[in-house]
Write a protein that binds this ligand. Structure first.
Ligand code: SF4
Length: 216
């Protein structure tokens, strides 16, 4: 895959959360800063201070560049811990993604973490069976098992992400509970734009019926 075709890895969480949100950000270039996104960005900047840590049998790297041709994405891992396995002599990577908010098992976060694990596997040639998402508000780590089902979900998300970007598609809004937690709600206006689409459809049907009537 050409380097120009690689998309930001972070978009995988967007496409899982909401395809319209993904397209607004990665097709239309919409971004709205709010207190949540601002504090998330500050936290990432802090984590991305590249100073690592080295202890016998254990290393931590921050802001590690990632690339996966299989998923067609590129990005930066917040933290990757490497543990030396006595039995194999392998330094096993364990990616840790930092998130704002309380402890959660959000699929979008797990897909993003799994994509990091898959990228590390491709880059380093070692299995990465698990990693973790660290939720700052609750100060809790949630271990993510990168099993076959999550890997398949991650591949599917990557395929759909590329499809949206290549076709320049922005799916129609459909209001759901998750919209209340979406940073783009004011740009998307789901309750209005979802109804507008219906309104436009009705207008189109009325127009066609009107023109059919005019012909007879
Ligand atoms: S407000 Fe709702 S429909 Fe609009 S982008 Fe956000 S989650 Fe998607």
């Amino acid at each position: 895959m050409d380097i120009d075709d690689l998309l930001p890895l972070s978009g995988l969480q967007h496409v899982v959360f909401c395809e319209r949100q993904c397209a607004l950000i990665h097709v239309e270039g919409v971004w709205v800063e709010n207190p949540l996104t601002a504090s998330g960005r500050v936290e990432h900047d802090r984590v991305h201070d590249p100073a690592g840590e080295v202890r016998p049998g254990f290393r931590i790297y921050r802001a590690l560049p990632l690339r996966s041709e299989r998923l067609g994405v590129t990005g930066v891992a917040d933290v990757v811990e490497f543990q030396l396995e006595d039995e194999t002599g392998i330094w096993r990577p364990f990616p840790v993604e930092y998130k704002h908010g309380p402890k959660s098992r959000r699929l979008a976060d797990q897909v993003q973490l799994c994509a990091q694990a898959m990228a590390l596997e491709e880059m380093l040639g070692v299995d990465v069976p698990r990693g973790a998402v660290f939720y700052r508000t609750s100060n809790r780590r949630v271990t993510v098992e990168c099993n076959a089902a999550l890997r398949e979900r991650t591949m599917a998300a990557a395929r759909r992400y590329h499809e949206l970007v290549e076709q320049g598609l922005t799916p129609r809004a459909s209001y759901a509970k998750k919209c209340d937690h979406c940073s783009l709600i004011e740009a998307c206006l789901p309750e209005i734009t979802a109804n507008l689409s219906g309104f436009h459809r009705k207008l189109e049907i009325a127009r066609r019926e009107g023109s059919d009537g005019g012909d007879t």
